[in-house]
Design a protein around this ligand. Structure first.
Ligand code: PLP
Length: 474
């Protein structure tokens, strides 16, 4: 493709994206295709001759779009948002246009240095502690996902136990501590790091707040020490996946400090809310106790997937755990010790110029634009929660400090299993309608519907409409 062809087709593609985003409401939110439909519509073999890009766009419209679930649709209330924005898309496009592979500083200094600036900016915007900044002992880095971030944290935690796991492998039994509401990526990290799923301890939670019980955590750690195991990492969550419950980070941190255990704080969804001073209380205990902390701008901060920010209070154990210097990567800058090589801060070697999209977002919206997005979505969720609370046919799960509301229809005459089944049927009917998309969770054996607001396209009328539809379906 020549530069001139790229210019022509590129404009068409940008127009396509702009039209798609402008007309997104005309699509069913959740794809309505069945398994194999998209695949069957595509040729079984690759083309022998190159084709015009118009044909790619035609197939995108005719074959792929029916198989797309529209995450940016104003009626998308499922999971957590993975919101995007114009500046983020353009930043990502620039990253692709530059085609940089920023594995070490020397392979593209700007890729490394912009990332350092942007994660430091983000730490400041979220009120995170100064020791997370790169010019202190810690530092931040952009990962592809919170799952990768926690794996990196786990490897650093293993290294800090003094076992030199990076060299000798795991020679003792290590243990990791979560609650029943911790994200499954923790168990994944334990498996990948060689700790093993059986050594993931599940700490009790408070039945009201659903937050981790620090006293039980302390007991489990004591029992493990007694049994000769090495308590390695605790994960406290700010905004759990099911319900956005918050673990008591400060109390958990005190236990970790006393017991010498690494504290990872997983704020994948909710952490970005701290851009608003009135929500910054969620960081309580982070400055004093977190060894690592992660939040995903790719969920709720207008930045396209993938962009997960991980900070460490002390980067040394992570670098000890991950740094290997083969001959082909040796270079003067790395050896001078004056530069950061982010390859030592992640699992893969190669890395994209991800900071461009976050930089574009931070510059386009500014802190006040980001605060407005968080505030608007939180306000819509609170209004929705008010409607649910005021309706005797529904039960609301409290609290709901962010933009996720969990609730369920009341079926007072039905046994729990049947009420759960009915709730599922209601959700499936709504999702099949194509008008909105909800997901569910189960707390205390009861199925709850989850309505997460996060798309910048979602206005009050969409939430009102969703509520009307939910009531009618119920
Ligand atoms: N942690 C929490 C609390 C989450 O809610 C999620 C995803 O929803 C994750 C971790 C995993 O995020 P990622 O997809 O970035 O790995």
């Amino acid at each position: 493709m020549s530069p001139e062809e790229f210019r022509r087709v590129g404009k068409q593609v940008v127009d396509w994206i702009a039209d798609y985003r402008a007309g997104i409401e005309s699509f069913p939110v959740r794809s309505q295709v069945g398994p194999g439909e998209v695949r069957d519509a595509l040729p079984a073999h690759p083309p022998e001759r190159g084709e015009d890009f118009d044909q790619v766009l035609r197939d995108l419209d005719e074959i792929l779009l029916p198989g797309v679930t529209h995450w940016q649709h104003p009626g998308f209330f499922a999971y957590f948002p993975a919101n995007s924005s114009g500046p983020s898309i353009l930043g990502d496009l620039l990253s692709s246009g530059l085609g940089v592979q920023g594995m070490v500083w020397a392979t593209s200094p700007a890729c490394t240095e912009l990332e350092t600036v942007v994660v430091d900016w983000l730490a400041e915007l979220l009120g995170l502690p100064a020791h997370f900044r790169t010019d202190a002992a810690g530092g931040g880095v952009i990962q592809d996902s919170a799952s990768s971030a926690v794996l990196v944290a786990c490897l650093a935690a293993l290294q800090r136990t003094g076992e030199d796991v990076a060299r000798r492998g795991i020679t003792r039994r290590h243990a990791l501590y979560v609650s029943a509401h911790t994200h499954s990526s923790l168990e994944r990290a334990a498996r990948l790091a060689g700790i093993g799923a059986d050594n993931v301890r599940v700490v009790d939670t408070d039945p009201e707040t659903l937050g981790m019980d620090p006293r039980h955590l302390d007991e489990l750690i004591a029992a493990d020490v007694e049994a000769g195991a090495v308590p390695t990492m605790v994960c406290a969550t700010i905004g759990t996946t099911s319900t956005t419950a918050i673990d008591p980070v400060r109390e958990i941190g005190e236990v970790c400090r006393r017991r010498g255990v690494w504290l990872h704080v997983d704020a994948a969804y909710a952490g970005v809310a701290a851009v608003c001073p009135e929500l910054r209380w969620i960081n309580d205990g982070v400055a004093e106790f977190a060894d690592s902390y992660c939040t995903n701008p790719h969920k709720w901060l207008l930045t396209n997937f993938d962009c997960s920010a991980l900070w460490l209070a002390d980067r040394a154990p992570m670098i000890e755990a991950l740094s290997i210097l083969p001959e082909y990567l040796r270079n003067e800058a790395s050896e001078s010790g004056e530069v950061i090589d982010y390859r030592d801060w992640q699992v893969p070697l190669g890395r994209r110029f991800r900071s461009l999209k976050l930089w574009s977002v931070l510059r386009w919206y500014g802190a006040e634009g980001l605060r407005a997005h968080i505030r608007d979505t939180v306000a819509l969720a609170q209004e929705f929660a008010g409607w649910v609370r005021g309706d005797p046919d529904f039960e609301l799960l409290e609290p709901h400090p962010f933009a996720l509301v969990c609730f369920r229809p009341r079926y007072p005459d039905l046994p729990v299993d049947e009420a759960n089944e009915r709730t599922h049927r209601v959700m499936n009917a709504l999702n099949d309608s194509g008008d909105l998309y909800l997901t569910h969770t189960k707390i205390g054996g009861r199925t709850l519907l989850r309505l997460a607001i996060g798309s910048p396209a979602t206005e009050r009328r969409h939430v009102q409409d969703a509520w009307e539809r939910i009531r009618r379906a119920t």
